[in-house]
Design a protein around this ligand. Structure first.
Ligand SMILES: [Zn+2]
Length: 259
């Protein structure tokens, strides 16, 4: 696991699987862990790692309901999980889906976990809205389109923006089942001023991006979506993100266009 400090109160832990990011935020003696690493070893060392860095953990948050972001309870089995209302609705509508997908992943890679994942009934947070932490507030903004649900989280005093599965340097925009190109494009519009106000942007997958680089990704993603809308399969993928796996995602996006 790699951990890098973005601010005295913000640290990012990156999983070796898909460069999935997990963000710890603290204020005084309160702290949240946003999203999660994926491998059992990474989850196992997380509590000690954060304790050593003097990051208290009082609750878990998830940017959206995809299973690879929901594993925080494996590291902190007692803690509550806060999610956007849209995510709470999604998780209630598809009970057990995250656990099933985790099991499929573990089967494929022969990964053994100490115990099955239990996801509690999450606490639904109002989005847009605020979420208190110590002396501060986190800002929550809707971020839908990749999936049917989700939120981006601003850590205002650190000028850090945690976006979930948007603005990734290693993935092209991915319209999953339940997501939509219109909602995705609207999320990019909504994120633009937030990115402009941020110093650092943490994508759900891939390296932390300084503001200007995040804005460049936003621009390239917007252009890709526009091209996808107009030319479907013929659309040009963002520069530097044209690998076979990214082309597979593109082909799935094309299928999703027709509903
Ligand atoms: Zn993801």
């Amino acid at each position: 696991v790699r951990a890098i400090g973005l601010h005295g109160d913000v640290v990012v832990i990156t999983s070796q699987v898909w460069q999935t990011t997990c963000v710890a935020v603290r204020s005084g003696d309160e702290g949240f862990v946003i999203d999660s690493p994926v491998l059992p070893e990474e989850l196992e060392v997380l509590p000690a790692m954060l304790e050593q860095a003097q990051f208290p953990v009082s609750a878990l948050l998830a940017t959206h309901g995809d299973w690879d972001h929901l594993l925080g309870r494996s590291a902190f089995p007692e803690l509550s999980l806060g999610v956007a209302e849209s995510t709470a609705t999604r998780l209630a509508r598809e009970p057990g889906a995250a656990q099933r997908e985790l099991r499929d992943f573990d089967d494929e890679w022969h990964i053994v976990r100490p115990r099955p994942l239990s996801i509690p009934t999450p606490q639904a947070l109002p989005v847009p809205g605020k979420c208190g932490i110590g002396q501060h507030d986190l800002e929550l903004h809707p971020a839908e389109g990749h999936t049917v649900d989700g939120m981006a989280i601003v850590v205002p005093w650190a000028q850090v923006l945690v976006v979930g599965d948007y603005l990734s340097p290693v993935e092209i925009p991915m319209i999953s089942p339940g997501g939509s190109i219109d909602a995705y494009a609207a999320t990019l519009e909504r994120l633009e001023p937030l990115v402009s106000d941020a110093r650092m942007v943490v994508p759900g997958h891939g390296a932390v991006q300084p503001r200007d680089q995040a804005l460049a990704i936003l621009e390239a993603d917007r252009a890709y979506l526009e091209d996808l809308r107009q030319r479907g399969a013929e659309a040009e993928l963002p520069e530097g993100r044209r690998s076979p796996s990214q082309q597979r995602v593109h082909a799935e996006n094309v299928e999703r266009l027709d509903g």
